[in-house]
Design a protein around this ligand. Sequence first.
Ligand SMILES: *Cc1c(COP(=O)(O)O)cnc(C)c1O
Length: 381
Amino acid sequence: MEFIDLKTQYKKLENQIQENINKVLIDGNYILGEEVKELEKELAEYVGVKYCATCSNGTDALTIALMAIEVGKNDAVFVPTFTFYSTAEVVSLRGATPIFIDSYEDYFNMDAEKLENTIQKVIKEGKLNPKAIIAVDLFGQPANYDKIKQIAKKYNLFLIEDGAQGFGGSIRNKKACSFGDIATTSFFPAKPLGCYGDGGAVFTDNEELYKLILSIRVHGKGSFKYDNVRLGLNSRLDTIQAAVLLPKLKAFKEYELDNRNKFANLYKEKLQDYVKVPKVPEGYISSWAQYTILLNNQEERNYVQTKMKEKGIPTMVYYPKPLHKQTVYKDYNYNVEDLKISENLSERVLSLPMHPYLSEEIVNTICNNLIETIKEYRNEQ
Ligand SMILES: *Cc1c(COP(=O)(O)O)cnc(C)c1O
């Protein structure tokens, strides 16, 4: 059994993907070719924003966003601590300071109330200049933008949406990757929409920011490539990756997102009496980058993961450490009370196989084995 089954997807889309790749090979426009432009247009349309610029990966997409809004030394950027490392790494790489925020236990996303309290604390301390918030759509579910947008406005902060896992999700029909001043996503193969290598994209409705993003993506170019007006990156998307993504986006829109939601509902139905299953707020749709359950404690989680592995069912722990506990941030000063939900989540989370090519039968097998294992563990206690 696969944790994320990319091979079945390939088999289904094989003809179209091969045809598209061959066309790129023959045409010879290997970087930022026609397919890239077509993909950017389709992505912007799907997400419902004016502008989309693809780039090399989701981490670069965040870096480009931070460079466009000129995040630098002495700036504070508020990020969830319960996320993938990239979200904070890019802030530190700009020479700015990530300020870690706790998450909601029910949704895994950044806690808006704690965010506001922490912003006020940083303002009061007066050492750093509060500059931006990076909200993450963790495991596919959009963050609490109803509140986070208001907070960004109130404190005059830029809002960046890290939609690396969130592509396809929505809040009352407004799509993920449209919530920030700038939003970003990743096309790493295992993300909800993935290519066959690295890829990413940046989204915005702001024309001025879009122009900066295009410049930063290609060495800070001015009127042409050898006119360099600012520092930038080499962060373009290969045309072959766009050729792969076009048919994948079509499948994503036509049935993959629906399938992910169908299997998530099945998981919920089967498992909710035994473990804490993820909650989705009214009006929100998740793209289920991961289906993550909560066991009672770390010992139970580890037992279940080991036993499931023995039964041939792959599971993952996203994430075993919140970022404030990572070695790289060992000197980070924080109050344990402020980040305790995230610490607790990292001890209890377990992600189950999730992709659009599951079947009811496979989900049933996973759930039956899981329930049996949990009962076994709880009986021994
Ligand atoms: C995967 C991921 C990224 C980075 O994307 P890459 O394409 O791997 O660079 C950033 N943020 C989050 C939340 C992610 O899950």
